[in-house]
Design a protein around this ligand. Structure first.
Ligand code: BES
Ligand code: ZN
Ligand code: ZN
Length: 497
């Protein structure tokens, strides 16, 4: 979608649909202005505007240039949040999609929030709300996403332009992640996924190197190789690198994404309904890392960032790893496998242990790791955990803030040492399951054994893939994590100014 900023008056803006968010305080003045431009239809709609943004009113004006007007109430202007703006814009996006509006205008409301943040949130909400995954549909589509979005403002157009650009870049990166997660599993084998990463690197200007199975063997990534044993497809390990000359950090930030391209559970086979049937999304962590690196490259963020993506599927093939196998991991530690469905931690542990060779400033991993995270926090919030290395409290505060501001919300779970008891093995250094209680925490405690740097673990099993459309996400992939990571890295680069 092309996004631009214009200072043409709303009366003269030539668009198929003009979206006007209205705050309660601005109902009288704002609607008077609109009535002057578009006629009495606006005035008559006044009493139907609800403050909570729950309804979009569609009008066909007799005067003015815009063909349709969509009004969405924002409530009290002092209580408008970035998320409310995104949700309001998503309402307009869904009307635009249904009526196949090609060009859409958004009139920027004047709020307490900064002009650029307002513009960013509106563009994010609109672009994300316009997203549909139509790759596999044949025949006529029920709607069509807008091709051009014009942000209309009366002043501060420089700020607004900056925010609008940022919003477009970030929303497009979220859509990259959504596309990858929504893709049919047979189109994203580890090799195909790594090809997609190479293509993304070329397009967005970051470096990519892909390890094949021979290299993975040479590096001794026993966890990744064990999970891959039941597969007909070889694993890959992709290394993404964004290293601009003006980087403000000398030790890299490393992002690790779980890339299980399909999780059957392996020999510890999952049931199909409400379980295996959504496991094409088990590479949503990888998708989020790819999207985030695309975004920071396009935003030209002055930070040295590396992405690591171990990729394989998890299947019960003839040679599949079995409960009882003891695996020698990349770090040299041994793991007794007691459930082949706890495969995510096996491949992440190797990537986290390899990350150590870069002496990273911080490592963040994103993974659809445990069903327990969904039980704990539901479908909309990811679980975050961090290790006790120095700066733990600040790290946690930073990621929570990034979550709240970006809309990819997270909440923390504890990492008390007692949880380690649950993953002690009778014959190896660790076992890969921790029993019924606190499944997300014991998974994180497992990973902690492979980490010797400041580290944040984000379990995105809940919010990465949803059964029903909500807000600016359709059913299916949400692209969760792209905005969280991008915001976190933006904050970090600001702090280093
Ligand atoms: N990919 C799943 C976790 C998952 C569950 C993601 C639901 C998204 C939605 C993971 O590999 C898994 O199977 N975890 C097991 C771990 C258990 C065997 C210790 C789980 O959560 O049941
Ligand atoms: Zn699994
Ligand atoms: Zn999995």
């Amino acid at each position: 979608m092309k996004v631009s900023v214009s200072t043409i008056s709303i009366a003269e803006l030539d668009v198929d649909l003009l979206f006007v968010p209205v705050t309660i305080e601005n109902i009288d003045a704002g609607l008077a202005e609109l009535t002057a431009a578009f006629g009495g239809a606006i005035d008559r709609a006044k009493n139907d505007i609800r403050g909570d943004g729950s309804a979009a009113i569609v009008l066909y004006p007799d005067m003015g240039t815009a063909k349709r007007i969509v009004l969405v109430g924002l409530g009290e202007s002092s209580k408008v949040t970035l998320e409310k703006l995104r949700l309001a814009a998503a309402k307009a996006a869904s009307v635009s999609y249904d009526v196949k509006a090609e060009t859409v205008g958004i009139a920027i409301p004047s709020l307490d929030v900064n002009g650029d943040d307002t513009a960013q949130a509106l563009v994010e909400g609109f672009v994300l709300g316009s997203y549909r995954f139509d790759r596999y549909r044949t025949g006529l589509l029920t709607g069509e996403a807008a091709q051009r979005l014009v942000i209309q403002t009366t002043d501060h157009d420089k700020q607004v332009r900056r925010g609008a650009d940022r919003g477009r870049i970030i929303a497009e990166a979220v859509c990259t992640a959504r596309d990858l997660v929504n893709l049919s599993p047979d189109e994203k084998t580890p090799t195909l996924l790594s090809k997609a990463i190479e293509k993304s690197g070329k397009k967005h200007g970051y470096e990519v190197s892909v390890w094949d199975k021979a290299l993975i063997e040479e590096e001794g990534m026993g966890g990744l190789l064990a999970v891959n044993r039941g597969s007909l497809e070889p694993p890959t390990f992709s290394v993404l690198e964004w290293h601009p000359e003006n980087s403000r950090n000398s030790r890299p930030v490393i992002l690790v994404g779980k890339g299980v391209v399909f999780d059957t559970g392996g020999l510890s086979l999952k049931p199909t309904k409400d379980s295996m049937d959504s496991m094409k999304s088990d590479m949503a962590g990888a998708a989020a890392v790819i999207g985030a690196i695309e975004a920071i490259a396009k935003l030209d963020l002055p930070l040295y960032v590396i992405g690591l993506i171990p990729a394989t599927d998890n299947r019960p093939g003839e040679n599949a790893y079995v409960p009882g196998d003891v695996v020698k991991m990349h770090s040299g530690k041994t793991v007794e496998v007691l459930n082949t469905d706890a495969e995510g931690r096996m491949i992440l542990a190797d990537a986290l242990s390899y990350a150590s060779s870069f002496y990273p400033e911080i490592v963040i991993d994103l993974a659809t790791l445990t069903g327990a995270a969904v039980i704990a926090l539901g479908d909309f919030i990811a679980a975050v955990m961090t290790n006790a290395e120095k700066g733990a409290e600040e790290r946690l505060a930073d990621i929570m803030q990034a979550g709240a501001e970006s809309g990819d919300r997270v909440h923390n779970l504890p990492m008390f040492d007692e949880y380690n008891e649950q993953i002690k093995s009778t014959i190896a250094d660790l076992k890969n399951v921790g029993g019924r209680g606190a499944g997300s925490i014991t998974a994180a405690k497992f990973l902690e054994h492979f980490v010797d740097y400041p580290w944040i673990h984000v379990d995105i099993a809940g919010p990465s893939f949803i059964a029903q459309a909500k807000g600016y996400s359709q059913a299916g992939a949400t692209g969760f994590g792209v905005r969280l990571l991008t915001r976190f890295l933006q904050q970090m680069s600001e702090k280093k100014r």
